[in-house]
Design a protein around this ligand. Structure first.
Ligand code: PLP
Length: 439
């Protein structure tokens, strides 16, 4: 008898504790489990199934491509690859730029670092990222990440990575007096970090413009100030849009909220790029960066980079976002979601902060004391009562994602309004049950 529990090594967990349901299918925002139950996916799995599960256009595109051509190496040409690159350049306004396709997010980030070092003529150039960030789980990804769970596994400085404090307005490490002030101070700290090393030694700053994997949502003042700080110093800015892209933050790419003042030199993509129907990532390079690499040998590329089946899924995904108006839908529903969460916060003092909502990405942060903002458990531990709440939610057919004291809501952009409303009503009841002092 095959047994996932016995035979498979699962990621991001202690094997002995693994106890996840088996999924056999899905439709829209719903997952279908092997035991016959349906579960509403409030995290789009790993914040990647932006188009929901089994989107018919994605399934059809992969099937049609498989019948034409399953694989040709990256060094050859493949029609869906060229088409996807053209659409990404058009969507992002990176006129004259180029796209490098990868397998997923972490190798997109790793390649963006390679390109930044090569294009800047600083082959050992430093990369500045921030604490409480996540950029992937390869060794370079762990070095780039300011993730307390993996920092002991890798010597970030050996990879030429420097971390700075994040734009975490609720617990501002710089003593900021408002969201705006906090964002400006966090951006200024990046400038200071570059100056401390000397701009000639720094190749790039790599950061998320918005939705933080670890629940940090940068204030609006942050990203444009960061762009200005990097430009002033002649250092490339790489936007990690692996999670924030494709409508998750209410825009095609989160930096676009700031117009040209937000434009990075490169951006990295994955997840929503294919709605996770097939594995794919990308680095989108500006015309300037691409131009500098035009006559350079590129020592990079994995066997399956830019796989035709994945690129066909990407072309179909972009068409689905557009034809179904999902980017605008996410923006509108995100605003409503945040308003609902504010109401939840008013009813439950265990909720210290709610943030996000620029698209269908929002964070609920739990505290032991709302006045002092004392965390419910030390980061990155998940408080037992929150674990129990998540388990009970699953019993009611709701799949919730947590990180430490945070609940992260990132449903598929196709979620039905009634389903989301019912889920929030259930969450309200669950807060009353598991945090009764706060009801
Ligand atoms: N960057 C961000 C912001 C992410 O959220 C993730 C994954 O969660 C990654 C990079 C890594 O992507 P992948 O798991 O596809 O390598």
């Amino acid at each position: 008898m095959p047994s996932e529990r016995r035979d498979v090594l699962h990621s991001w967990c202690v094997q002995a504790d693994w106890d996840a349901p088996t999924v056999v299918g899905g439709a829209g925002a719903w997952l279908h489990l092997a035991d016959g139950r349906r579960v509403l996916d409030l995290s789009s799995q790993a914040e990647c199934c932006n188009l929901g599960h089994q989107h018919p256009r994605l399934v059809a595109a992969i099937r049609a491509q498989a019948e034409r051509l399953c694989y040709v190496a990256n060094a050859w040409g493949a029609q869906p690859r060229a088409e996807l690159a053209a659409r990404l350049l058009e969507r992002s306004g990176f006129e004259g730029g180029r796209v490098f396709f990868t397998l997923g997010g972490v190798d997109a980030n790793e390649n963006a670092v390679k390109f930044a070092r090569q294009a800047s003529g600083k082959p050992r150039g430093l990369i500045v990222t921030r604490d409480r960030s996540y950029h992937g789980a390869s060794y370079m990804g762990m070095a780039l990440s300011g993730d307390s769970r993996t920092q002991s596994q890798v010597d970030a400085s050996a990879y030429g990575v420097r971390h700075v404090a994040p734009p975490y307005a609720y617990r501002c490490p710089f003593g900021g007096q408002s969201d705006e002030d906090s964002g400006l101070r966090a951006a200024a700290a990046v400038g200071q970090a570059i100056d401390a090393e000397g701009a000639a030694a720094v190749a790039a700053v790599l950061m998320e413009p918005d939705a933080g994997t670890n629940g940090i949502v940068a204030p609006d003042s942050y990203w444009p100030a960061l762009q200005a700080a990097t430009k002033e110093r002649g250092v490339y800015l790489i936007a990690d849009e692996v999670m924030s892209g494709f409508g998750r933050c209410g825009e095609w790419f989160a930096w676009q909220r700031y117009g040209e003042a937000g434009r990075p030199d490169m951006m990295t993509l994955a997840k929503g790029l294919t709605g996770a129907a097939a594995p794919l990532g990308a680095v989108v390079l500006s015309a300037d960066v691409a131009g500098r690499l035009e006559h350079e040998m590129l020592y990079t590329g994995l066997t399956y980079c830019g796989h035709p089946l994945s690129c066909a899924a990407g072309v179909a995904a972009l068409a689905a976002y557009e034809d179904e108006g999902l980017i605008a839908r996410s923006k509108a529903m995100g605003g409503e979601l945040l308003a609902e969460l504010e109401r939840l916060k008013a009813r439950h003092p265990v909720i210290g902060d709610v943030r996000g909502g620029r698209g269908l990405f929002a964070v609920i942060e739990l505290v032991a004391d709302r006045t002092t903002r004392e965390p419910l458990a030390p980061w990155p531990q998940t408080p037992p009562a929150l674990k129990a709440l998540v388990q009970a939610a699953m019993g009611e057919g709701l799949s919730l994602a947590t990180r430490g004291n945070l609940i992260i809501l990132a449903p598929p952009l196709v979620i039905e309004e009634d389903d989301l409303a019912a889920a929030l009503a259930a969450l309200d009841r669950l807060f009353s049950r598991f945090f009764p002092a706060s009801a």
